[in-house]
Design a protein around this ligand. Structure first.
Ligand code: GLA
Length: 392
């Protein structure tokens, strides 16, 4: 059963009526362009065929009711939140995401009534595939629809992404960029989204690796290191410091040819951060150029270069991701890298479809040899972005 159907059916069972609206939003993978979003740079994500769906109807008592339902139909309700009074810090755990979105829309003057939400999904959680952004985006779209402002237009979606990011930054308290929300809202089937965070320019880049005999393999390392949140915030703060020292608008405003001079003006500890951001933006441009000319296989080398930069300069990888990347490349992948915030979560590898099973086996064997739990693999086919869930 699709998440949308599961959410709608559970809503009916719990509340004795059908939900007024059902919206869903996907998790994402990012082909390349990591830790560039909050540096005003370029990202190149695609939507995964896994989604979070939200079934919703208004409630008259001013409360936000939130229930999740898992695959086996087990429903779990969070304590209802009073919309008019809720403030950051009041809600913790998974329900902070939907409550945060209601809070943002309340302050934007768009959410005036209470609401009942039932949430179902199949985005693997804890794998760094943005299940939380998918949840925020699906909730935002459902609430806006109930408020008489259904989002269909592409241009409105950037605003929704910003609201969802605001919920995550200011209500949940995670200082993330806008990559995950933009991917969930604006990606299209069989395409990558090239997004420039500074200019807000967007372009859909056709991406059909299967037509070139290739697949994008997502490798969930099954690990998440404790310092992932502090590490992310620390890198972000380092970049802000570098921006100040250089007097630039963002690290992405630095051209690759100016890099050596700019680096020499920086505190040595901050140089690797700036180098990563500037070179990573260039790798995104180079990747798009290769994809446009049907040279997808060659883009693999850029993925591996991205990994090396994230590992050595940005220092956000971890032994489990390094192992997955090294072994995937040894086993014949065109390239591989860690993906997302880092310190655990997933990596991706670009592989020939027929070598896929061998790469999977090699990574699994290497994990076992290190006494690690088996990684999980998903073949990631670019899917549709968020929308009204009609399949119910
Ligand atoms: C996490 C954040 C994103 C982005 C990536 C790194 O996924 O949520 O905003 O910064 O890390 O590229």
């Amino acid at each position: 059963m699709t998440p949308g159907r599961r959410a709608a059916r559970t809503f009916q069972e719990l509340h004795g009526r059908a939900p007024e609206v059902v919206w869903s939003a996907p998790g994402r993978a990012n082909l390349i362009g990591e830790h560039t979003d909050y540096n005003g740079g370029l990202v190149l994500p695609f939507a995964l065929p896994y989604r979070i769906a939200v079934a919703a109807s208004p409630r008259e008592d001013g409360l936000v009711g939130m229930t999740t339902v898992d695959d086996s139909g087990h429903a779990r309700a969070a304590a209802p939140v009073p919309l008019a009074e809720v403030e950051p810090g009041d809600v913790t755990g998974w329900s902070a995401y939907p409550a945060g979105v209601a809070w943002v829309l309340r302050d934007a003057g768009l959410q005036r009534e209470g609401v009942e939400l039932v949430i179902a999904g199949d985005v693997p959680s804890g794998a760094g595939l943005s299940s939380s952004a998918a949840l925020e985006c699906a909730v935002a779209l459902a609430l806006l629809d109930l408020a008489g402002r259904p989002v269909t237009d592409d241009s409105d979606r950037v605003q929704v992404a910003r609201w969802a990011q605001l919920a995550e930054n200011d209500f949940v308290g995670a200082p993330t960029g806008v990559l995950d929300q933009m991917a969930s809202l604006c990606c299209q089937e069989a395409h990558l989204l090239l997004y420039d965070v500074s200019t807000e320019e967007r372009e859909q880049v056709p991406f059909d690796p299967a037509s070139e005999g290739l697949e994008v393999l997502v490798i969930d390392s099954g690990t998440r290191h404790e310092h992932s949140e502090s590490g992310y915030a620390d890198r972000r703060a380092g970049c802000e410091q570098a921006v100040k020292q250089l007097g630039v608008t963002s690290l992405s405003a630095i051209e690759p040819r100016e890099l050596p001079e700019r680096l020499s003006q920086l505190d040595p500890a901050l140089r690797p951060l700036a180098r990563h951001v500037v070179t990573e933006n260039q790798r995104v441009r180079d990747t798009v150029a290769l994809l446009r000319t049907g040279r997808t296989w060659e883009a693999g080398a850029l993925l591996t270069e991205s990994h090396v930069s994230l590992r050595d300069d940005y220092r956000v990888s971890c032994p489990e991701l390094d192992l997955a990347v090294d072994v995937a490349v040894e086993a014949g992948a065109a390239g591989a890298r860690m993906m997302g915030g880092g310190f655990g979560g997933s990596g991706i590898a670009l592989v020939e479809t027929e070598r896929g099973p061998a790469v999977r086996r090699a990574v699994t064997d290497a994990y076992r040899a290190e006494g690690l739990t088996d990684p999980r693999f998903f073949s990631a086919v670019p899917a549709a972005g968020a929308g009204r869930d009609l399949d119910r």
